[in-house]
Design a protein around this ligand. Structure first.
Ligand code: FAD
Length: 291
């Protein structure tokens, strides 16, 4: 199908973009990579009257490590994140997740901000932000606000972003050493959206037990979510197979998958358990390597 008619602007500065969102409140849509928005326009599932292309706004694709943690600009593409040396050296969870998104073309164009703003329950970044307890930064003409990733994803394709706000960056806090994290994705074919995705992060205390845990689940509920029962099953325990299996059982019980082309509910619950165990094994191995 052909999209409904729309106007297109390409502001050169952030303040211009934010003012345009105010002037066209509810009618304008930000255009980042376009890999989710353009298909929606073509199917006429969205019909904004104005697209605000953010490609000329400086600094929105930067990736910087600070004392707060890793700050990733919203327009950083999946590929840019995957290839970034700081990410490659210190954030294996992000390397796992970015490298498994779609195909090279999707990774060249799709952005972390677009992925989070779109809030498809099958997108991979949201679970990563949930597991790491990241923060999402939103800007409007009135100023800036930060929203915890765990509160940001409200429902399918629905987030805490207001129509006059632009997502500027995500901040992934630095985990205390020793910590490890991993993303395990089950897909039917290479390049597919996840049937089940699991982001897991573990920190170990001086006694070798798990002192903190984060688990984000992809594609097994109406929205990405934190598997808090699984997290509770991990904290205070030895990082061993029995602990991982218990967390997998807990995560399967708290997931809310639906039956679709990827399989029935029972299969998906079984896969949640399996993928949680795999992600935890990998995360624990990475944490132990830091000791
Ligand atoms: C064939 C195919 C395979 C894919 N496979 C995967 C996969 O395996 N895993 C996965 O996670 N994703 C996958 N995707 C989705 C892809 O990663 C998208 O690019 C991404 O979800 C959206 O990012 P974008 O930059 O293209 O956003 P756009 O399409 O430009 O925008 C998406 C939405 O976010 C809004 N938006 C964008 N940027 C901002 C911002 N800075 N502030 C506020 N709102 C904003 C837009 O207005 C729009 O509503 C796939 C897509 C395709 C087409």
């Amino acid at each position: 199908m052909i999209p409904a008619q729309f106007d297109y602007v390409r502001p050169a500065a952030m303040h211009e973009a934010l003012q345009i969102l105010v002037d066209h409140e509810g009618d304008a849509k930000i255009l980042a990579g376009g890999y989710s928005l353009l298909p929606l326009l073509k199917l006429r599932l969205a019909s904004p009257t104005l697209l605000v292309d953010i490609h000329d706004i400086d600094g929105l694709d930067e990736i910087i490590e600070t004392t707060d943690g890793l700050r990733i600009g919203s327009r950083a593409t999946h590929r840019r994140i995957h290839e970034n040396p700081v990410v490659q050296n210190g954030y294996p969870l992000l390397v796992d997740a970015a490298g498994g998104i779609g195909d090279p073309q999707v990774r060249n164009w799709g952005t972390i901000g677009g992925s989070c703003a779109h809030a498809d329950p099958s997108s991979d970044w949201p679970a990563v932000l949930i597991a790491t307890r990241a923060t999402v930064v939103l800007q409007s003409v009135s100023g800036e606000r930060s929203v915890a990733a765990r509160s940001f994803f409200i429902d399918t394709f629905q987030t805490a972003i207001e129509p006059t706000e632009l997502l500027t960056e995500v901040i992934i806090p630095r985990a205390p050493r020793p910590s490890g994290a991993a993303y395990a994705k089950l897909e039917r074919r290479a390049g597919d959206f996840a049937t089940v995705g699991v982001a897991a992060q573990l920190s170990l205390g001086p006694d070798g037990r798990i002192s903190a845990a984060g688990i984000g689940l992809t594609a097994v509920a109406e929205t990405p979510f934190a598997a808090t029962a699984a997290e509770a099953a991990l904290v205070g325990q030895e990082p061993n197979e029995a602990t991982f299996q218990a967390a997998g059982v807990a995560a399967a019980a708290e997931s809310r998958p639906g039956t679709d082309a990827h399989g029935p509910v029972e299969y998906k619950r079984a896969m949640v358990k399996e993928m949680v165990v795999r992600a935890l094994r990998s995360a624990a191995g990475r944490a132990l390597a830091q000791r």
